[in-house]
Design a protein around this ligand. Structure first.
Ligand code: Z5A
Length: 209
């Protein structure tokens, strides 16, 4: 009983924390799964991730960023996601193409029709079955992420308005695709968020039976 489950959200919204809750839940239920992340997920895709997040001496054109995201995705999709779904496994991915609509589309202003063309080229008709959107005010998310310490990467250095556009684009997609999106209020405590995620997963599983 395979399905494709993605976790999305702005910077610091708690995706990593949510991924761990989901992982533990799947293990407890004895459900076989493949875990991945984007950009990244395979050796080659992780190298592209490094290129994408590093700071460069020249500015990165929006189209370059978009194509690199999809280059990484193509590798992750063909090498990892598609084979796992074909084996009827659950695929659990920390971000997928919704992030491109949010960051490159909403954040950078890339026309969505360009993203749609690349989405079709790379994935064909494959889309996530269930998407958890960890939703949080960008100010709070950035404060949480920055509270972890460490250097900010190229995308994390964007200003607050960029992250507000990213959040708005995510919420617009959640409205556009209510059948697969579940919005999680990520301002709640870690424990409340975990309970909410487990409820969503249990309901989804029930609906598949
Ligand atoms: N990107 C893109 O532009 N286009 C694309 O198509 C794709 C990606 C796929 C890397 O993504 C960058 O790539 C990302 C988008 C872009 N750039 N940005 N910005 P990433 O997913 O690898 O990295 P990230 O977005 O920077 O994730 P993150 O910073 O690791 O955030 P997170 O995973 O959502 O947060 P967290 O680590 O779970 O939580 C942050 C802190 O808050 C941590 O200390 C937690 O303990 C704490 N936390 C978590 N939940 C709570 C609650 N409920 N209460 C209180 N504190 C909490």
């Amino acid at each position: 009983m395979g399905f494709f489950l993605t976790v999305e959200g702005c910077e610091g919204a708690g995706k990593t924390t949510a991924m761990e809750s989901i992982r533990q839940w799947l293990i407890a239920k004895g459900i076989a799964f493949e875990q991945t992340r984007e950009p990244g997920g395979t050796l080659l895709a992780e190298q592209i991730r490094e290129l994408l997040l590093a700071k460069h001496q020249e500015s990165v054109a929006d189209t370059t960023e978009l194509l690199l995201m999809f280059a990484a995705r193509s590798q992750n999709f063909h090498e990892k996601i598609k084979p796992a779904l074909a084996q009827d496994k659950v695929v659990l991915s920390d971000r997928f193409t919704d992030a491109t609509y949010a960051y490159q589309g909403g954040g950078r202003g890339v026309d969505c029709s360009r993203i749609e063309i690349l989405e079709q080229l790379v994935q064909g008709d494959c889309r996530p079955d269930l998407t958890l959107l960890m939703d949080l005010e960008p100010e709070l998310g950035l404060a949480r992420a920055r509270g972890r310490g460490g250097e900010l990467d190229r995308i994390e250095q964007e200003d607050i308005d960029f992250f507000k556009r990213v959040r708005a684009a995510y919420l617009a997609r959640a409205e556009q695709f209510p059948e697969r999106y579940r919005v999680v209020d990520a301002s709640q405590s870690i424990e409340s968020v975990r309970v909410r995620i487990e409820t969503i997963l249990a309901e989804y599983l029930e609906s598949c039976l």
